[in-house]
Ligand binder design. Structure first.
Ligand code: FES
Ligand SMILES: [Fe+2]
Length: 466
């Protein structure tokens, strides 16, 4: 057993296996053990930066959202046009939740100019200061401003996301995100807005759910219909706490350097046709996400706009230029991302511990998962698409509970969802000897478990063969 490492007090040092290219294995404790889930509530969740929502959810002073994690509930308020503040959602008097968050609901949101506790009426301003105590003389003048103020939580933003950290000594968000923020910076996620957002409860651990989206290795086994349109051989890599996966550049016919993200040519004789087919397949089966209507429409025109025999790199170049022009005409500006930046960013990122971003030039498909109560076999899973929209034309969205069906989520996500409970059940079998992650394509997951082991003080992934 290792000792837990407090990531806010001293930089994580690499422990256990260093080279994630080696065939490694790790046990299922992190997925199935009630004690482990309980320990996460002490060692993990109170220490890490967690995505609590998007800045667009709190546009006006007084707007708030809550973020629920385990027994903790955090309120994030916009307290000034350029300031967000976060507090524990608890009254310092006798502990009533200040903003009710009904069980099973993922988040609350609303607007308040002050916070009035529903129990005895203590009142707080948006800065967390107590502005009313009922009959304060009863305390014999001993209550200080500190005693009666709300408990603070750290809050910061990156890429249009609001992050919170319950550890007031936590390393700054930018430092925590490290290379992930640097490499993803050019995508300017802060200019994107929600397209849709849905959540569901799964009968699996929060890690089981998140990991289903951390590697394209499962495409061949889970999304067999997609094999017709593309090659999904992937690489994966660790960046400290976080990790990336992308389509491997080993097949230069199919993958151009600048198209190492989802925006790339498909598989087939005629890249004009296959590019469209892949985009259309993605758009229609991934719930109108992971590409955009602009990109699909521009791809559809390729057969009319380019002569037969145009090589794939030129097809992609033409396609992206015309999509960019189409977007410009409707008021959507594309960020400038160099081919090198695009290649480095790959396809999808895991941001430790529970956030996933699958990015494209003007869009991203994201996931977040959290424990449900203290049951290691259940989680709250959310997915949302963000996209650049012409100003004022952003759709109005809210969190919608959606059963895990193809109708509600699209065929591809429903296929992923079909594995969740089955993996969780399988891992509880006494016949399961431990995980065998793919040393090339699933390093992102192994890195996740290495970092988790580090924070939790449990055994790190180990070499399969000594
Ligand atoms: S618990 Fe909030 S005023 Fe008493
Ligand atoms: Fe999938």
């Amino acid at each position: 057993m290792n000792k837990p490492v407090d990531i806010n007090r001293g930089k994580p040092v690499e422990i256990g296996v260093e080279d994630l290219h080696e065939p490694l294995t790790y046990g299922v404790e992190a997925f199935v053990s009630p004690e482990y889930a309980k320990a996460e509530r002490e060692l993990l969740w109170p220490k890490v930066w967690q995505m609590a929502g998007r800045v667009e959810e709190v546009p006006n002073v007084g707007d708030y959202i809550t973020y629920e994690i385990g027994d903790d509930s955090i309120i994030v308020f916009r307290t000034a046009p350029d300031t967000l503040k976060a507090y524990h959602n608890v009254c310092p008097h006798r502990g009533r939740r200040l903003i009710d968050t009904p069980d099973g609901k993922n988040n609350a949101c609303g607007h308040k100019n002050k916070i009035v506790c529903g129990f005895h009426g203590w009142t707080f301003d948006l800065d967390g200061k107590n502005i009313y105590v009922h009959e304060p003389q009863d305390w014999k003048n001993q209550l200080t401003a500190e005693d009666t103020a709300l408990s603070k939580v750290k809050v910061d933003t990156w890429g249009g996301w609001i992050f919170i950290n319950m550890d007031l000594e936590a390393v700054p968000l930018e430092e925590y995100l490290g290379d992930a923020a640097r490499i993803l910076g050019p995508f300017q996620f802060e200019k994107m807005r929600y397209k849709w957002r849905q959540w569901v409860i799964f009968d699996c651990n929060w890690k089981t759910a998140l990991e289903a989206f951390m590697e394209p290795y499962h495409v061949a086994g889970t999304h067999t219909q997609m094999l017709e349109h593309g090659d999904y051989y992937a690489y994966s890599a660790a960046y400290g706490l976080h990790g990336v996966s992308g389509f491997d550049q080993r097949n230069p016919d199919l993958m151009m350097k600048q198209s190492s993200t989802i925006t790339r040519a498909g598989k087939g004789e005629d890249p004009r046709v296959s590019t469209y087919e892949l985009q259309n397949e993605i758009y229609t089966t991934v719930n109108n996400a992971s590409t955009t209507e602009t990109l699909v429409n521009a791809a559809r025109r390729l057969v009319d706009e380019l002569p037969e025999g145009t090589p794939a790199p030129e097809v992609i170049k033409h396609w992206l230029a015309s999509a960019r022009a189409d977007d410009a005409a409707r008021g959507v500006e594309w960020p400038t991302i160099t081919p090198e930046q695009m290649a480095e960013a790959g396809l999808a990122w895991h941001v430790f511990p529970n956030m996933s971003i699958l990015q494209g030039i003007t869009f991203a498909l994201c996931y977040r998962s959290r424990p449900y109560g203290d049951d290691p076999n259940k989680c709250i899973f959310e997915s949302y698409a963000i996209e650049r929209f012409p100003e004022g034309q952003e759709p109005k969205t809210e969190w919608v509970y959606a059963e895990a069906t193809g109708e509600k989520w699209g065929m591809v996500l429903a296929q992923d969802f079909g594995n969740m409970a089955a993996v969780q059940k399988g891992m509880r079998s006494r016949g399961f000897r431990g995980t065998l992650p793919n040393p090339h394509q699933e390093q992102k997951i192994t890195n996740f478990h290495r970092n988790l082991a580090h924070v939790m003080g449990t055994g790190s992934p180990r070499l399969l063969k000594k």
